[in-house]
Design a protein around this ligand. Structure first.
Ligand code: TYM
Length: 331
């Protein structure tokens, strides 16, 4: 039987966080066993913030090397750079014309971004439609993402339904896949806010590049609560800090939350945090070793980029041709 298709993307902006790993990259690796996976480094999306040429070039290779370190296998899956496959921009324009202004105005991330950004460009507005083009080009069945992207996947589904209703079954309707034990890793200092790589306060995030002493410091400062006696229990509503740390530890060790709650029964927050530090340092050191192995071999990385774009174009072209045909553009 033909394998179902998984598609997802990640922006090459700044350092990746533990949130990116737990919410997305960890799933990306696992899904390769069962699905045909297509992963994209969304450089066009990153242009909504003005980028410096050399830094963007470097960030793209950094993220690619990190994807490989996290277990994305370019022999099994396609990994490519979004801008190298022009069909994304071509389908984007067409989908713009099938999307209502009001739909985009309601996007939560757009509303947050225009509130925070000085540079409110049209790309920010168009962002979710480009994401829809990314997904729909590959007849995607499943999209592994963190919780912050759910609304964008819903939009891609709505656009696909709308288009199919007019032109027949052109697009597969995609479904999200969440890591239910970690779909939204929260900030260490403010556990009611998402851990985000664009955060200006570095103490809120764990970067995949943080060294042992930085991790120790950040976990030490992570907000818990003042329960006495201390209780290490998942209860996000009343104990967001401890719950977030439990989710992090569970994802790094692969022990269930229930097991961790049992193991840390009657223990204090210090010993809980010590265990997190030990496990995180171990995990990130291993990951970084793999990362540096790939990152130093630019020739290999560039060959992956070239092959990835070539393969992706073949699939993307099939859908784009169908779209051009039903619309009447292929005379
Ligand atoms: P980006 O680059 O912001 O994030 C990449 C992935 O990481 C997830 N993520 C998190 N998951 C859990 N907890 C967190 N704190 C956390 N922070 C980030 C995101 O949900 C995402 O899955 N627009 C997308 C990239 C993209 C894309 C696509 C995704 C472009 N085209 C098509 C899916 C399908 C983005 O900016 O992700």
């Amino acid at each position: 039987m033909k394998k179902k298709i998984v598609f997802s993307g990640i922006q090459p902006t700044g350092l990746l966080t533990l949130g990116n790993y737990i919410g997305a990259l960890k799933q990306w690796k696992k899904l390769q066993k069962k699905y045909f996976c297509i992963y994209c480094i969304a450089d066009l999306h990153s242009l909504t913030i003005h980028q410096k040429k050399n830094i963007l070039n470097k960030n793209i290779l950094d993220v690619l090397a990190m994807c490989l370190a996290c277990g994305i296998n370019p022999e099994k899956s396609i990994i490519f750079i979004q801008s190298h496959v022009p069909q994304h921009s071509q389908l984007n324009w067409i989908l713009n014309c099938f999307t209502n202004f009001g739909e985009i105005k309601r996007m939560t991330q757009f509303k947050e971004k225009i509130f925070l950004n000085k540079n409110i460009n049209v790309g920010l507005f168009n962002y979710p439609i480009l994401m829809a083009a990314d997904i729909l080009l590959y007849q995607t069945n499943k999209v592994p993402v963190g919780k912050d992207q759910i609304q964008h996947i819903e939009l891609a589904r709505d656009i696909a339904y709308r288009f199919n209703k007019i032109y027949g079954n052109i697009f597969t309707i995609p479904e999200k896949i969440l890591n239910y034990n970690g779909s939204c890793i929260m900030s260490l200092i403010n556990p009611n806010k998402k851990m985000s790589k664009s955060d200006t306060n570095n103490n809120n995030i764990i970067s995949l590049f943080d060294n042992d002493s930085i991790i120790k410091q950040k976990i030490k400062n992570a907000v818990t609560d003042s329960n006495y006696p201390p209780i290490i229990k998942y209860d996000f509503k009343n104990k967001p800090g401890i719950s977030n740390l439990l989710v992090i530890l569970s994802n790094i060790t692969e022990f269930s939350i229930e097991k961790l709650e049992k193991d840390f029964q009657n223990k204090n927050y210090n010993s809980f945090k010590e265990s997190i530090v030990i496990n995180l340092c171990l995990f990130l050191n291993k990951l970084r070793k793999k990362y540096f192995f790939y990152r130093k071999n630019e020739k290999y990385l560039k060959s992956i980029i070239t092959n990835g774009a070539e393969k992706a174009k073949k699939y993307a072209n099939i859908t784009l041709k169908k779209v051009y045909n039903v619309i009447g553009l292929d005379i």
